[in-house]
Design a protein around this ligand. Structure first.
Ligand code: KG4
Length: 346
C-alpha cells in the first residue's frame, strides 16, 4: 500500500486587487511565490475594477502553473487550496475564488478561505529556505498600512486579532497615491514619492496633521491641505511642482510618517507591548522603515519589517494563513463566496 504523506502543502491564491499571485508552501516553508502585477491601470491613475478582473482571468492559470513548477512539486501532492475571500474588489476576488474551487474539486482536496488583512499580518511567519527565521511573539502590535487600510492590530495569536485603531477615512497608501496624482505622477504614487523624497527636505513644507481621538487615524485632511497648498503656490509660480517636487515629496512623506508613528507609539505605551511589526504595501516605504528602526532603538522594541516581496499583495501570505487555518481544521464549503468588505477578525 502507498504510504500517505504527512506533509502539509498549501497552494495560496491571491487576487483581491491588481496583483495575481500564487504560492506554494510546504509545512510552513515557502517554495514559490509568483506575482503578476497589472500595468494596465497606470494610464488611468488608479485600479479599474473591470480591467483588473479581466487581467486576473488571463493571469491566473499561467501564474499557478509557474508557482507549482518553481516549487518543484506535483500538483497531486497539494493538500489544500487557500484563497483570498476578501476584502477587495468583488470581480477580482471572484476570479481567485472560482479558480480555487475548480482546482480543488479536480483534485478532491479542501479549500480554505483567507482574510487578506490577516494574510498581511501573518506574512511575518513565512519561513524560507536559507533565510534566517525571526518571527514576532504573541501578543504583538502590527501597523497595517496599505492602499485600502491603515490600522493598528493587536495580534493575540495566529488567528486572533483585534483592531485597536484605524483610519476613519482614507488609508495611508491612498494619501500617497492621491497626493502623487495631484502632482501629475502615475499610479501608484507611493513608491515614486518614496524615491523622490530621498533627495528632498522633509521640513521644507508643513501640512495639516489631524486631531483624531484615541488610536484612530485620518488622512483626508492632509490630502486637502496638500491640494490647497499646491493650488495657492501654482497661482504664484506655475512651475512650482516641477521646481520643488523632491521637497514636496519629502515633506508629504514626513507628515504621513509622523501621523502613523504618533499613534503607534501611543498604542505600544497603552498596551505595554514591545513586539512591533509592520505590514502592507506602505511598509515598503524607506522613510517609514528608517523611522521605525529609530523608534525601536529608542524604545527597546523588537521590530519586524517584512521582506519587500511580502509587503505588497502576494499569495505567500495567503498560503501561510491557510496553513494555520488548516491546522485548526477551518475549511470552506464549495458555496463560499467572496466579500468586498471584511474586518480583520472575520
Ligand atoms: O498592500 P498593497 O500592495 O495593496 C493593498 O492596498 O492591499 O498596498 C498598495 C499601496 C499603494 O497605495 C502604494 O502606493 C503603496 O502601497 N506603496 C507605497 C510604497 N510601496 C507601495 N507607499 C509608500 N512608499 C512605498 N515605497
Amino acid at each position: 500500500m502507498m504510504q500517505q504523506s504527512t506533509d502539509i502543502i498549501i497552494l495560496g491564491i491571491e487576487s483581491s486587487c491588481d496583483d495575481t499571485s500564487a504560492a506554494v508552501l510546504k509545512n510552513g516553508c515557502l517554495l514559490s511565490n509568483i506575482i503578476a502585477s497589472q500595468k494596465v491601470h497606470e494610464a488611468y491613475g488608479g485600479v479599474v475594477p473591470e480591467l483588473a478582473s479581466r487581467a486576473h482571468q488571463q493571469n491566473i492559470v499561467p501564474v499557478v502553473d509557474r508557482a507549482i513548477r518553481e516549487a518543484g512539486i506535483d500538483r497531486k501532492e497539494i493538500t489544500a487550496v487557500a484563497f483570498t475571500r476578501g476584502p477587495g474588489l468583488l470581480g477580482s476576488l471572484l476570479v481567485g475564488t472560482s479558480f480555487a474551487k475548480g482546482f480543488a474539486l479536480s483534485l478532491g482536496i479542501p479549500i480554505i478561505e483567507v482574510n487578506h488583512l490577516q494574510g498581511h499580518v501573518l506574512a511575518h511567519f513565512l519561513r524560507e529556505k536559507d533565510v534566517e527565521f525571526r518571527a514576532p511573539k504573541f501578543p504583538h502590535l502590527c501597523l497595517l498600512v496599505s492602499g485600502g487600510n491603515s490600522q493598528i492590530v493587536l495580534v493575540r495569536d495566529y488567528l486572533k486579532m483585534e483592531v485597536i485603531g484605524q483610519t476613519i477615512d482614507d488609508a495611508a497608501g491612498e494619501a500617497f497615491d492621491k497626493c502623487a496624482k495631484v502632482m501629475g505622477m502615475p499610479y501608484p504614487g507611493g513608491p515614486l514619492i518614496d524615491r523622490l523624497a530621498k533627495e528632498g527636505d522633509p521640513k521644507a513644507f508643513q501640512f495639516a496633521k489631524p486631531r483624531i481621538r484615541d488610536l484612530d487615524y485620518s488622512f483626508s485632511g492632509l490630502k486637502t491641505s496638500f491640494l490647497y497648498f499646491l493650488r495657492d503656490q501654482l497661482q504664484v509660480n506655475e512651475n512650482f511642482i516641477a521646481e520643488r517636487k523632491a521637497d514636496l515629496c519629502a515633506s508629504l512623506q514626513h507628515t504621513i510618517i509622523e501621523i502613523l508613528m504618533d499613534k503607534l507609539v501611543r498604542a505600544a505605551k497603552q498596551t505595554g507591548i514591545d513586539e512591533i511589526t509592520v505590514a502592507g504595501g506602505v511598509s515598503a516605504n524607506s522613510g517609514l522603515q528608517n523611522r521605525l528602526r529609530v523608534e525601536a532603538e529608542k524604545r527597546h522594541w523588537n521590530l519586524y519589517i517584512p521582506r519587500f516581496a511580502f509587503t505588497m499583495d502576494n499569495a505567500a501570505m495567503i498560503a501561510i494563513t491557510g496553513h494555520y487555518k488548516y491546522l485548526q481544521g477551518e475549511f470552506a464549503g464549495m458555496d463560499a463566496v467572496p466579500f468586498a468588505r471584511m474586518n480583520i477578525n472575520e
